[in-house]
Ligand binder design. Structure first.
Ligand SMILES: [Mg+2]
Length: 378
């Protein structure tokens, strides 16, 4: 009878630290349905075998409290080589606290930290630990806030396209309908004809308004319309998917907290491009499963935000279309971490020479943004 080899590494999680950082934006920003002046990152650090893994999500500081009250006790002592086993126990633990929303973000960032830790224990980049479909991840510059002046919009898109080499960029639309044609004109002037222009409505339109604006956007060469209606309106998304101009993809899915919502979007025929956010949908463990759903429904995935972790996770997606290089998260990740990736010709390429996510918290720099720390410093 064959025998099972002794694992090269055995380690149990020894410590779990939870902190949160609130980083003010350069100015108040807005999209079609929300305004914000800061971005909050919730960070989890787990230690085992002399290595420290980290994971994060963007949300409210209440995510940190939920991790401490419900998840830390589940993770301490957990087998550091089995992140999905811990994931399943965390899911069970928060049944009555509520799994979608804050619960899903809490599990996501712990799960990412456990995967980062495992990769470090094994001395591999996370992208190399996970199943590999890609060595480089196509990305798009994402920002173009409705709060920007047209000059600021032009400047941002000019930098992304002409200095950083992005072949596609995305702007927000839908806050002031009358301003959008002028904003799209400015955007198209800045990027030229050969670059893909994408728009994100953040659910700002009613169904027939969205259809009307899809036609208008098409005249500017827009090829991608994200959340034209609320992501809760699956019938409305389906209407847009069926009737939007030829060559325009309809996308949604950034608020998917689990496989069941992602499956609902797919079975409703609501999207051409399924979005998924590794920091919301259940971490690395569930993000990989969304790829299987997308494959079975013959659609592609666009990864939402958190580029420093998404870049590694996206290498494992067969159905990957692209990753959102979101302005706010790029700035926050550069402020808080060493080891973030610089786009190379519009692509992100995980660094094989750095184990795990390749990220190091700049604890001293981060201290000024600290709003919560399980070690009592916040
Ligand atoms: Mg969006």
């Amino acid at each position: 009878m064959a025998t099972v080899a002794t694992p090269r590494v055995e380690a149990a999680v020894e410590t779990v630290r939870v902190s949160a950082y609130d980083v003010p934006m350069e100015e108040t920003e807005s999209d079609g349905t929300l305004e914000w002046g800061s971005t909050t990152m919730i960070l989890v650090e787990v230690e085992a075998g002399g290595e420290r893994g980290l994971g994060y999500t963007y949300g409210d500081v209440s995510v940190a409290h939920l991790i401490e009250s419900k998840l830390v006790a589940e993770i301490e002592g957990a087998d550091a080589l089995s992140p999905p086993a811990a994931w399943a126990r965390m899911q069970a633990k928060i049944r009555n606290a509520g799994r979608p929303g804050v619960g899903a973000m809490a599990i996501s960032c712990v799960d990412i930290a456990l995967w980062d830790l495992k990769a470090k224990l094994l001395g591999l980049a996370l992208a190399d630990l996970l199943p590999r479909f890609h060595t480089a991840v196509p990305a798009y510059g994402s920002g173009g806030f409705t709060s920007y002046s047209n000059d600021r919009l032009r400047e941002q898109f000019d930098t992304w396209v002409h200095e950083m080499g992005f072949p596609r960029v995305k702007m927000k639309v839908g806050r002031d309908f009358s301003a959008d044609p002028g904003r799209l004109t400015a955007a198209r002037e800045a990027i030229g004809d050969g670059v893909e222009l994408m728009v994100d409505g953040n659910g700002a339109y009613q169904r027939k308004e969205a259809l009307f604006w899809a036609e208008r956007f098409s005249a500017f060469g827009v090829t991608y319309f994200e959340e034209p209606v609320s992501s809760e309106d699956l019938e409305g998304l389906r209407l847009l998917r069926d009737r939007a101009p030829a060559g325009m993809s309809i996308a949604a899915g950034e608020y998917s907290w689990d496989l069941f919502y992602s499956r609902g979007l797919l079975t409703a025929g609501a999207v051409d491009i399924l979005q998924a956010d590794v920091t919301r949908v259940g971490g690395i463990t569930n993000f990989l499963r969304v790829d299987g759903l997308a494959k079975a429904h013959q659609v592609v995935i666009s990864a939402h935000c958190a580029p420093a972790v998404s870049a590694h996770a996206c290498c494992a997606l067969e159905t990957l279309e692209h990753l959102e290089y979101f302005h706010d998260h790029v700035e926050v990740e550069k402020l808080l971490f060493d080891g973030t990736l610089k786009p190379d010709g519009g692509r992100l390429v995980p660094d094989r020479s750095r184990p795990g996510l390749g990220l190091e918290l700049k604890r001293d720099d981060a201290a000024r943004y600290l709003v919560h720390d399980s070690e009592g410093n916040g």
